[in-house]
Unconditional design. Sequence first.
Length: 329
Amino acid sequence: MATIKDVAKKAGVAVSTASYALNGINKVSSATVEKVLKAAQELNYQKNGFASDLKRAKTNTIALILSDLSGPYFSELIKGVQDVTVSNGFDLVACSSVGGPKSTATKFLKEKRVDGAIVLANNITTDVIKASARKDFPIVVLDRKVDSPYVIHAEVNNYKGGYDAASYMLEKGHRSIAYVSGPLDSHDNEERFKGYRQALTDFDVTYQSRWKLTGNFTREGGYRATKTLIAQQNLPDGIFYANDEMALGGLQAFQEKNIRVPEDISIIGFDDIQISSYVQPPLTTIRQPKYEAGSLAVHLIFQMLAGEEVEKTYKLATDFIERQSVKNK
């Protein structure tokens, strides 16, 4: 069984450097990390004897690692994962990545305590994912791209969703459209913002940085960002919230100030969570296939465990859902 000394020797680095790279400690360059991870994969290095023993014995368990176990978006994703997992005679362990490098989720990956993993948690580092993935321990990521033969990337077409949301408002005559974003390190948020920016460009509308605020994908964050816009006393024509939770927070902020949606300002969300069709006014939004994304991810895990060849990248389509929160200008 390969040791960390073997990995260090093969990579041409000190043992301490190899340890930093394998444990995701930010003390070495990305080039060095890449070199160490490649050496570890080639040697089939396991972090410790305990982890190796666990890996030899199949657990018939799949891990789903999420940034948050609560919320309407994650519930549908978990259902999709659960249905396929159970139908294949496996158990599902869903765990939160709260705590980042020290979380139980990170331990599940590093010590291979399950047979495969699905990751939707941007605080689980790419280096940890690359170091953990093996032929017999496949990983599907739903929120980024990872360059590894044993990591599959499956995501919703966030760029097109962002483009469609902004384009719809622009087609309705809106020319000042704010963007309330999720976490700035979120791949999904970045892609939605890129789509929004491209729509502005295609309609010859100048992007204004003052119309971009951060809401962190939470209802409270959307509420606070909207309160900030209201305080400026110069509202835009409309707001594209990068998820429905933030849009619902924004709707609450507008109602408290007697600002009417869509008569005074239009809003649009992203996700199409169940409550979005019941609020007043019903929320125009971008629907993403949450259940389907979860079930696809598990299918890919089982295919890889069976030794089948699979594509490395999958893109799921979004749907535009027109309701009553956007008006014609």
